[in-house]
Design a protein around this ligand. Structure first.
Ligand code: MN
Length: 262
């Protein structure tokens, strides 16, 4: 189980020896016979690109089994993992199927898929491992040239979230660790209006952030609000999440974007 970079480079090098999830990732056996491989055998359309974000692997909020089954049914030339893939804030144990999700991504990489991983605020530890590892590229952001000539900025989105102040993040992280809770999910449950308002404001901020820098579209995650929209010719794509919506965005050979549900 490795993704070659230069001779001898392994995924373990990428994750780092101090990473708490390592023992379970590398020792948890794959659970066979769950069915998704049957779908794979029927020959799925190979997508040009697949955009996904906010798995929050390691958190019990992540719908790991649905994610694994979805991953087994799609193939793409490039898979963008746009942040909050691993939940580093509330990581205590490694739930079932979460290892399988990583294994399936590694299998795809070994089979020729290019994986572009852009860490978010919940897995920011991987920002210290940016680089080109062959089939795996870890970057703070990426630029995607779409079939229909759009220049898309691919970025998690926390960078322009107005709630990014460090003291607030530190406080929330501390509360999540102490209470073993996911505050974002709690807020989502009880503060629907606030979340919608925040998502709309986030979209506006993201669009102006990217437009100002010469992009004609943006792909992001972060606010767990899946969306495909065309705002005056500017493409806004939000991948959604795998804690609630179970969504991903595909780009086919014709350049069409589609929201996929897992
Ligand atoms: Mn985030």
């Amino acid at each position: 189980m490795y993704i070659p970079r230069h001779a001898g480079w392994t995924l373990k090098d990428f994750l780092g020896s101090d990473c708490a999830i390592l023992p379970t990732i590398f020792t948890c056996p794959l659970q066979a016979g769950s069915g998704p491989k049957d779908i794979l055998m029927s020959g799925p359309e190979r997508l040009r690109s697949l955009f996904m974000s906010d798995f929050h692997l390691g958190s019990h909020h992540c719908k790991g089994e649905r994610l694994y089954q979805f991953l087994c049914t799609v193939e793409a030339d490039t898979i963008y993992l746009i942040g909050d893939i691993i939940e580093m804030n509330v990581l205590t144990k490694w739930p079932p199927y979460h290892s399988e999700c990583i294994s399936e991504l590694i299998r795809k990489a070994l089979a020729g898929t290019r994986i572009v991983y852009i860490p978010g605020n919940h897995d920011a530890i991987f920002l210290s491992h940016t680089g080109d590892y062959g089939r795996l590229l870890i970057e703070t952001f990426a630029v995607h040239n779409s079939v229909n000539k759009k220049l898309l900025l691919v970025i998690h989105g926390d960078i322009i979230d107005r709630f990014k102040s460090q003291w607030l993040l530190n406080t929330l992280t501390w509360m999540e660790r102490i209470g073993q809770i996911n505050l974002w999910e709690i807020m989502r449950s009880y503060l629907g209006y606030f979340i919608r308002h925040h998502s709309d404001a986030f979209q506006g901020n993201m669009i102006s952030f990217a437009r100002h820098r010469g992009y004609t579209g943006i792909v992001c995650g972060h606010v767990h609000a899946p969306k495909i929209s065309d705002v005056g010719g500017f493409i806004y794509l939000n991948c959604g999440d795998w804690t609630q919506h179970c969504t991903a965005i595909s780009e086919n050979r014709l350049g069409q974007f589609q929201m996929l549900n897992g």
